[in-house]
Design a binder for this molecule. Sequence first.
Ligand code: FES
Ligand code: FES
Length: 161
Amino acid sequence: MKREITLRVNNKDEVIVIDDADTLLEVLRDRLKLWSVRESCGVGACGSCTVLLDGRPASSCFLLAARTTGHDIVTLEGLGDGAELHYIQEAFVSQRALQCAYCTPGFILSVKALLDETPEPSDEEIREYLAGNLCRCAGYADILRAVRVAQDKKKSLAFKE
Ligand code: FES
Ligand code: FES
């Protein structure tokens, strides 16, 4: 069945007509053209389609769009200001924590949620939090280092506020 819904995406209300069976991934990519949200496994197992739902990582391939009305959805496009990279993106670049970058948007959103929830995570907590994000080509040691660089940057920005 078709219905009109309003989704709150990247701080903007989007009014769209969807089919009940549409996943959030399909709506974000096909309708809103948010290309950072990527499909890989399609069954909630790889994290490449990760978005933040009320600040927590969620697999958008595994969520019906109709179920996400009234929630705050953030994609990678909503992180930076459009002119400069977000500090977590910078950390991934500076630590070479990406190769093909297919998985990177999902990782960056999960790292944001992790550092918002746990500003000083242990290595174990980082590994556990990022367990739902899979990377086929970059080294996990590089990703771990990028998290530490982002963590330091977040702390230094907080001191300036
Ligand atoms: S594409 Fe959604 S978790 Fe893999
Ligand atoms: S950088 Fe290629 S899958 Fe992660």
